[in-house]
Design a protein around this ligand. Structure first.
Ligand SMILES: Nc1ncnc2c1ncn2[C@@H]1O[C@H](COP(=O)(O)OP(=O)(O)OP(=O)(O)O)[C@@H](O)[C@H]1O
Ligand SMILES: [Mg+2]
Length: 382
């Protein structure tokens, strides 16, 4: 058996409590093979001894059952065993948990402007369209974008118990700093205040029962994000990146941050991956021409396509270096969830306040969002 075959075999082991396998969660750190002796090093970040023990014994069982090895050795790193002794914190920070929310998912990136909010909104609306109960929380205190992208900006009501009632639009429950402060107010708040405000968005909002709570995180991987993710006990994080190298190094920082707080990475979304050209080829008489060759030079190779019977064509063109998302998802052993093309319709839909997955689900980017929704449902069933 080769190392790759062993890795495939280990995909039979599911992460306890998830439908996803341990390989795609990045748990399998190292596999070494010496004749018929196999050694597997697992990096289980969960502090739960039960989870760690269960993964270890399942890996041992799968390898032993395969009959391919005389000796099977499984070691565990990460989590409680490997973590260095912690300095006592100044004040203990209890975790916030929302018992009525099945899955809390953060959409994050190390960098601004890569499309986190666009992805968060379309994912949330797409999940709601499938009949799930979904909340969307915009935690971007310095530049809340939910009011614009969702086309709603009202002051939330308060209950008698002084809890905020989320706004509802496009089938979602919504909360954003923007609803409270107005979109134009430049806010300069320091970390502790942001943390307190954020906490209130969890504890003092009547979210009710939800299958998914999607959080649009502010850009960066600083203290604020770290504290948030640490305290909120996320089901997982989705990292958004653009294909260029610079953004990719930010993905690493983002991924590392979630590693520090034991949050599984659900996968990477590559945004602005390429451009989908579409149109109709016409002759000088303005009649559509079928079977014409459209040829566009791309980054790696010239791409060609033939027009259809009615002259129509679509062709995906790379504007930037491709493959960064692929490389990074391989390195992290997490899936590349989707590649969203640059799309004028997507940009317009954000400005208009009607998410593309509602406005034009059959557009190239709309279809990619539908794939993303399916993958998230598969990883974390609602
Ligand atoms: N695939 C795309 N094609 C075209 N425009 C896009 C695409 N994705 C996002 N945009 C546009 O890029 C801009 C930035 O997107 P968005 O606000 O979602 O990014 P962000 O990562 O949330 O930014 P910030 O870090 O400021 O919160 C928006 O105007 C949005 O409409
Ligand atoms: Mg944003």
């Amino acid at each position: 058996m080769t190392i790759d075959e062993i890795r495939d075999l280990l995909k039979e082991v599911k992460y306890p409590g998830f439908s996803r396998d341990i390989v795609s969660f990045g748990v399998v750190k190292d596999i070494s093979l010496d004749k018929d002796k196999v050694e597997v090093d697992l990096n289980v970040t969960s502090p739960s001894e039960e989870t760690r023990g269960e993964i270890k014994s399942q890996v041992e069982a799968v390898l032993t059952k395969s009959g391919g090895f005389s000796t099977v050795e499984v070691t565990l790193s990460g989590g409680s065993q490997a973590s260095p002794p912690q300095k006592p914190a100044a004040a203990p920070v209890p975790a916030i948990s929302l018992s009525d929310v099945k899955h809390t998912i953060a959409v994050a990136s190390g960098k601004g402007g890569v499309g986190k909010s666009t992805v968060a909104v379309n994912l949330a609306v797409g999940l709601a369209q499938k009949g799930h109960k979904v909340g969307l929380l915009d935690l971007d205190i310095y530049g809340p974008s939910l009011p614009v992208i969702m086309g709603v900006n009202e002051r939330p009501m308060m209950t008698q118990e002084r809890k905020l009632v989320p706004l509802e639009k496009h089938g979602l429950k919504l909360m954003s700093f923007g609803f409270l402060t107005g979109n134009d107010t430049p806010i300069i708040w320091r970390g502790p205040m942001v943390s307190r405000m954020t906490e209130q968005f969890f504890t003092d909002v009547t979210w009710g029962e939800l299958d998914y709570l999607i959080m649009d995180l502010p850009p960066g991987t600083g203290d604020i994000q770290l504290t948030l993710t640490q305290r909120l006990r996320l089901a997982g994080a989705i990292i958004v990146t653009t294909p260029q190298d610079l953004a990719i190094s930010d993905v690493r920082k983002g991924a590392d941050m979630f590693g520090k707080v034991n949050t599984p990475l659900l996968g990477v979304v590559e945004n602005m991956s390429g451009y989908v050209l579409s149109g109709v080829v016409r002759g000088s008489d303005n009649q559509p021409i079928s079977n014409a060759t459209i040829s566009i030079p791309g980054m790696d190779k010239t791409k060609e396509v033939k027009s259809s019977d009615d002259g129509q064509f679509t062709l995906e063109v790379d504007l930037f270096k491709r493959g960064g998302g692929h490389e990074e998802s391989n390195r992290l052993h997490v899936p590349l969830l989707c590649e969203i093309p640059i799309s004028l319709e997507l940009m317009e839909s954000c400005d208009e306040g009607i998410p593309l997955i509602i406005k034009d689900p059959d557009s190239p980017a709309g279809r990619v969002f539908a794939q993303l929704v399916e993958k998230v449902e598969e990883i974390l069933p609602g």
